[in-house]
Design a protein around this ligand. Structure first.
Ligand code: PLP
Length: 700
């Protein structure tokens, strides 16, 4: 693991334990035999495999049950479901029609309901697949289960939940199943190494496990099958694993898993339940301190001591993940599988949590091999995240005052709102705000504390007027001037310009008097021609008479920018003859060469200030002067970069935002704006965290 990284996403996967990696390497390099071979190399491999299986059987107390090596839990789940459903079909063919439904816990990993539906279809069983409801704490509704159990063919419940860590009442479930002839699968993935599982003493028929959730590599898992439980192989072939799972065994994975299982017994590598509970409480305390108003989505005493699931009012799951990532802390939103889709967690929805909690949920999970120093560092970084929000006026409470200067852009599904502020004159105006953006805007305006001279609309959109009204109500002390006589676009009656101190805003009315009034807002520095024009329309739709008086270099900031052009210019754009925008990108390997070739290059961090506060960019600092220009504030820097072009290397966390900025520059005619593809995430070494305040002098 990168020494800078604090990995808090152990329920998604874990790093490979050093001794497990060594064991895997040995199985690949030295003891590489095929356990089916009868020669000595093969015998050695088989001995290692048998020893690993024996360790696992002892840990899980499998008694006379079988323990198979599989590729992971998803394969184990398929095998269990196929086996049970195949047996149900045979029962049905024999005239036994007891089974009508297949049941799974509503918070089960997706692999379970998907496997049930898949094999139910493939085998043509046509049984009803039903979710067992869970209560507010994520516990199965045992009364419901008791009622349904007599007509169930297979019941699937997990030992502990991957998103919330909620521990299932397996004894209660067993009791609810009563005398039902149903089969029972228990997904033991998140319980392995964290909860005692004595399988032989239970009526559990199948239990899948996955190595990569407990410090073994990906691609190795286990499936417990109770003695006497029906079995149908998923893989037929060479007859390995007693013909129950054909295919040459994953020997390096098995060796690594063996090393992990050995470590479970050495009393050194893994922390016990009580110690992990203390660690988790420390993390929970740090979170509560860093994020006022934070709520835990399940009570801590109901869940694994390695999992925390929480939400913070006013902060999206995505923002929290980005914030932690900037602090080199890896967490996830909901479950790893759904993280990319940014949908509310179905697990929390099933528990009936309010929508904001399900949508804003974040999971922080540790593995049982963490130590005190790791927890100390994790807590320090959590606190740094809270501090970053407070300094950037994004915390739910206790924000510090911020200084506003220049233009900041806020986007919402393609709609752009602009805040223009002057730090010396302490004044600001707002252009095209939407009611949905108000919580954030009001928070920022309050932290800034400057009088709001006007809330303007370029397009006369009713939502802008609504936002103006709401702002006046929320921040009456800032909106004195807004309350005065204004026209339909928010422009102060009789005023020819709005004086922001060093800059002035004037306007040009657009459209004929019979149409809805619209206006272009022209920003200029004292005594100079306008250099930025805020428009309701794209530049190509602007009337020629409105463009004529403007200097050729003026930049247009449109109210609608779904294509993320960021800024436009009148006149021919600089796309290549083929119409494609130049796309200059370089990767981490090309970085040093680039800087050697362009000693005058300016390195520009386009991440937002709350991210920049947390990660210093030392890894780039040696390579050239660095400037902090968040993407939301790019408009401030564009005029100078375009007027005096020099090589620019833009970078961010993943390469997306810097590419947007570089492409915007290219479209505006800048021929030397590169983006670091893959961003800071793919650079070999990450920078120091903590005292990593961006140099305020460099902030634009
Ligand atoms: N079940 C649970 C509870 C899990 O957390 C996961 C992994 O996210 C799986 C099953 C699937 O495991 P694997 O990645 O080994 O297929």
């Amino acid at each position: 693991m990168d020494s800078m990284e604090i990995y808090l996403d152990a329920n998604a996967t874990t790093p490979v334990l050093a001794q497990a990696a060594r064991a895997a390497m040995q199985a690949m390099a030295d003891d590489f035999g095929n356990p089916s071979s009868v020669h000595s190399t093969g015998l050695k491999a088989r001995a290692m495999m048998d020893a690993t299986r024996e360790r696992a059987k002892a840990l899980l107390d499998t008694g006379s049950g079988q323990l198979l090596f599989v590729s992971g839990a998803t394969e184990g789940i398929q095998t269990a479901v196929l086996s049970a459903l195949h047996a149900l079909r045979e029962r049905r063919d024999g005239g036994d029609r007891q089974a009508e439904v297949l049941l799974y816990g509503a918070t089960e990993h997706k692999a379970v309901p998907e496997a049930l539906r898949h094999w139910n279809d493939v085998l043509g069983l046509g049984l009803q697949v039903l979710a067992i409801p869970v209560d507010r704490l994520g516990h199965h509704d045992l009364d419901w289960l008791r009622r349904e159990a007599p007509r169930a063919g297979l019941v699937c419940t997990m030992a502990a939940n991957n998103e919330t860590g909620v521990i299932s009442d397996l004894a209660g479930i067993a009791a609810a199943l009563g005398n039902s002839p149903c089969f029972w699968m228990v997904d033991g993935v998140q319980a392995l190494g964290k909860l005692p599982l004595k399988l032989a003493g239970t009526r559990i028929d199948y239990a899948p496990f996955s190595g990569h959730k407990l410090y073994a590599p990906k691609g190795i898992g286990l499936l417990y099958v109770r003695e006497g439980a029906p079995f149908t192989p998923l893989m037929a072939g060479g007859g390995q694993e007693g013909s129950r799972r054909s295919g040459t065994e994953n020997m390096s994975g098995i060796a690594a898993l063996g090393a992990v299982l050995a470590a479970l017994n050495d009393g050194q590598t893994f922390r016990d339940h009580a110690t992990l509970s203390v660690y988790r409480q420390r993390l929970a305390d740090a979170l509560l301190e860093a994020f006022p108003g934070l709520v835990f989505n399940v009570p801590l005493d109901q869940s694994l001591p390695t999992t925390l699931n929480f939400a913070v009012p006013g902060l999206s799951s995505r923002l929290l993940q980005d914030l932690f990532d900037a602090a080199e802390c890896r967490i996830s939103g909901g479950s790893a599988c759904s993280a990319a889709k940014a949908q509310p967690s179905f697990v929390l929805q099933a528990m009936g949590l309010p929508e904001w909690q399900a949508a804003g949920a974040v999971r922080l999970s540790i593995g049982p091999a963490v130590d005190e120093a790791f927890i100390d560092e994790a807590c320090a970084r959590i606190r740094a995240c809270g501090e970053s929000l407070r300094r950037n006026c994004m915390s739910p409470a206790d924000n510090l005052a911020v200084e506003g200067e220049g233009i900041t852009r806020f986007t919402l599904e393609g709609a752009c709102c602009y805040l223009i502020a002057d730090a010396a004159a302490k004044r600001c105006v707002l252009i095209d705000p939407l009611p949905e953006q108000l919580p954030r805007l009001a928070q920022l305006l309050a932290c800034q504390g400057y009088p709001l001279l006007a809330v303007l609309s370029t397009s006369g959109e009713a939502l802008h007027a609504e936002a103006r009204q709401l702002l006046a109500e929320e921040l009456p002390s800032l909106g004195a001037t807004c309350a005065q006589d204004i026209d339909a676009l928010g422009w102060p009656a009789q005023a020819t310009s709005i004086d922001l101190g060093a800059q002035q805003l004037s306007r040009v009315r657009l459209g004929s008097p019979s149409e809805r009034p619209q206006q272009a807002l022209l920003l200029s520095r004292s005594g100079q021609a306008p250099y930025i024009v805020f428009t309701p329309l794209g530049v190509e739709e602007m009337p020629a008479e409105a463009l004529a008086p403007l200097p050729a270099h003026a930049l247009f900031a449109p109210a609608q920018d779904a294509a993320q052009t960021l800024a436009q210019r009148a006149g021919p754009d600089s796309t290549s003859p083929e119409g494609a925008t130049p796309d200059l990108q370089l990767d981490a390997v090309q970085l040093a060469e680039f800087v050697a070739q362009h000693p005058d290059a300016l390195l520009i961090d386009v991440r937002e200030p709350y991210e920049q506060f947390l990660t210093n960019s030392l890894e780039l600092a040696g390579l050239g002067p660095r400037q902090a220009v968040p993407l939301s504030r790019l408009l401030n820097a564009l005029p100078d970069w375009l007027a005096a072009p020099r090589p620019l290397l833009l970078y961010c966390r993943s390469g997306n935002r810097s590419r947007q900025a570089a492409q915007a520059l290219a479209r505006l005619g800048h021929t030397q704006a590169w983006s670091l593809s893959g961003g800071l995430a793919l650079l070999p070494a990450q920078a120091a965290v903590g005292a990593a305040l961006s140099d305020p002098a460099l902030m634009v």
